[in-house]
Design a binder for this molecule. Structure first.
Ligand SMILES: [Zn+2]
Length: 271
């Protein structure tokens, strides 16, 4: 696997042994993107160096031990210098065999996507609520996502953000808004074409409906607004205003009025 060539393993960065003998092997459904919610350059913890990246990985593991966890909660750390480090022990070995290890980065909250902890979680150093990620870190994120998609047989459309699984603002508004570009860039790296709908993460869904979160909902909201039906804030949350806008759109286009975005409604919206 090419992933071995680019990842600094737990042995290399001096991880402490986990508090359990091993972690359950899992089948990944997604690649889950996070931010560490820590300082951005020039005050970033790793200072864009390899030594700094390894020290940051050790600090995070210590922090996760203090929370009572059995090891680092994430599977990978991608630092501001573009260094990628293994998180939870055993991750790289598992991925070589097409599996992941059960981790602790994406708790399952009600009404959100399931099985985040069975999928690899990438912590990106920084706080990306409004701060844009630098080119070096972005390039290493794209490469890692592409490698994980190949190794774990995950479609680029299923590169997701932490907030789709848990009640959190992680990976930050800016980075969450960049997920369509991340999917597109990963797909380009893999030499595969994805449709705009897939880039927006809609491929998995037959219907989009009240209560859903994610870039696919943001794409829907933009299309509604562009068609003259305001869904309120373009926030990626399918709430009451989005539902009202879908109903108005369906009425206007002589579609069955359900408030849910079924296949015909999606086609009429151009999604
Ligand atoms: Zn997160």
């Amino acid at each position: 696997m090419p992933i071995n060539a680019t990842v600094i393993t737990t042995d290399e960065w001096g991880a402490k042994p986990p508090r359990v003998p091993s972690f359950e092997l899992t089948t990944a459904r997604y690649v889950v993107v996070h931010h560490t919610d820590s300082q951005n350059p020039p005050k970033d913890s790793s200072k864009r160096t390899k030594d700094g990246a390894m020290a940051f990985a050790r600090a995070i593991q210590n922090d996760h031990f203090k929370r009572g966890w059995s090891d680092s909660g994430h599977n990978f750390l991608n630092t501001t210098g573009g260094f990628v480090l293994e998180g939870r022990t055993g991750t790289v070995d598992a991925i070589k065999h097409g599996n992941c290890v059960r981790s602790a980065h994406a708790a399952q909250d009600p009404g959100r996507l399931p099985k985040g902890n069975e999928s690899p979680g990438i912590e990106n150093e920084g706080n990306f609520m409004s701060f844009p990620m630098g080119d070096t870190q972005w390039a290493s994120l794209v490469s890692l996502c592409a490698e994980l998609c190949t190794a774990l047989n995950v479609l680029p459309a299923n590169i997701r953000g932490h907030r789709e699984f848990s009640s959190t603002d992680c990976p930050g508004d800016w980075l969450f808004g960049q997920l369509p570009r991340l999917r597109q860039d990963a797909a380009t790296k893999l030499g595969i074409e994805i449709s705009p709908a897939e880039a927006f993460g809609a491929a998995r869904l037959q219907e989009v409906a009240f209560g859903e979160f994610g870039p696919h909902v943001m794409a829907l909201q933009r299309r509604l607004l562009g068609s003259g039906f305001s869904p309120g804030a373009i926030d990626g949350i399918f709430g009451e205003n989005t539902r009202e806008a879908v109903i108005s759109f369906q009425r206007d286009h002589n579609l069955k009025v359900t408030g849910r975005v079924d296949k015909l409604t999606r086609q009429a919206l151009g999604l």
